[in-house]
Design a protein around this ligand. Structure first.
Ligand SMILES: C[S@@+](CC[C@H](N)C(=O)[O-])C[C@H]1O[C@@H](n2cnc3c(N)ncnc32)[C@H](O)[C@@H]1O
Length: 227
């Protein structure tokens, strides 16, 4: 994905991001962290639209470079940091909002959620758009999905809620139940790398095959909660 430089690499894309953010009380004094910011499309939008103090972080160096290029190109004062949300060396209570869009599935979820909780101010908000299964996958299907995406688990809505509760988040709300991954992103953006290995096209193709194959089962949810 980093070689293709997919912007808005989450279900619903930037259009859904804008809609969700409208319901939050963001202003120019807000400090916001975009976890797993990818090429920085959401982080750039937050800085442009709200004048907020935005930090984007991502583990992938190619994503980090592309996000930095975006901020330079549009002269946006967004800080982009390479790191892992499983251990992100920034002081406690630094952010009013933390957003993660299709990131938590790829990490150790309890560890990352604890880190997000630590980084939020008291009363701060966490908003997530994450892969969620609409029903339990059969063991073979679950293995296929986990193997392909490199996930340690594929969660149902109630599993996410349990994890958020265990992390001590309050006021947990869920929007957009039973959304299909096929409504993925109608407004895609690409920042291609100069060289893309031919096998990566096959991987992208396989990704779309899996989404079609599990259309009824694989979905996503928008979670919001408060520290
Ligand atoms: C599906 S992409 C989503 C990117 C971006 N949020 C978006 O919507 O366009 C997942 C992103 O999570 C990043 N990521 C994976 N593991 C991570 C970790 N431990 N810490 C931070 N970012 C991570 C990947 O590098 C990738 O950019």
């Amino acid at each position: 994905m980093s070689k293709f430089g997919v912007g808005g690499a989450h279900p619903g894309g930037i259009d859904l991001t804008k809609e969700i953010l409208k319901t939050e009380e963001i202003n120019k004094t807000s400090r916001i962290l975009d976890v797993g910011c990818g090429t920085g499309q959401t982080a750039a939008y937050l800085a442009e639209q709200y004048g907020a103090k935005v930090t984007g972080m991502d583990i992938n160096p190619i994503m980090v470079e592309k996000a930095k290029n975006r901020m330079r190109k549009y002269q946006l004062p967004v800080e982009i940091i390479q790191g892992s949300i499983e251990k992100f060396p920034v002081k406690d209570g630094n952010f009013d909002f933390i957003i993660s869009e299709s990131v938590l599935s790829f990490v150790n979820k309890p560890t990352a959620l604890k880190e997000i909780f630590r980084l939020l101010k008291s009363g701060g908000r966490f908003i997530a758009n994450e892969l969620t299964t609409n029903k339990r996958l059969s063991p073979t299907s679950e293995e296929e999905v986990k193997q392909f995406y490199g996930l340690d688990s594929v969660l149902m809505e109630k599993d996410w809620i349990t994890l958020l509760e265990q992390t001590d988040f309050k006021n947990i709300k869920i929007r957009m139940q039973k959304q299909s991954m096929l409504q993925y992103n109608t407004n895609s953006e690409f920042q291609y790398s100069e060289y893309i290995e031919p096998e990566l096209y096959a991987v992208m193709h396989e990704h779309f095959n899996i989404i079609v194959k599990y259309e009824d089962v694989l979905g996503y949810r928008i979670f919001s909660c408060t520290k």
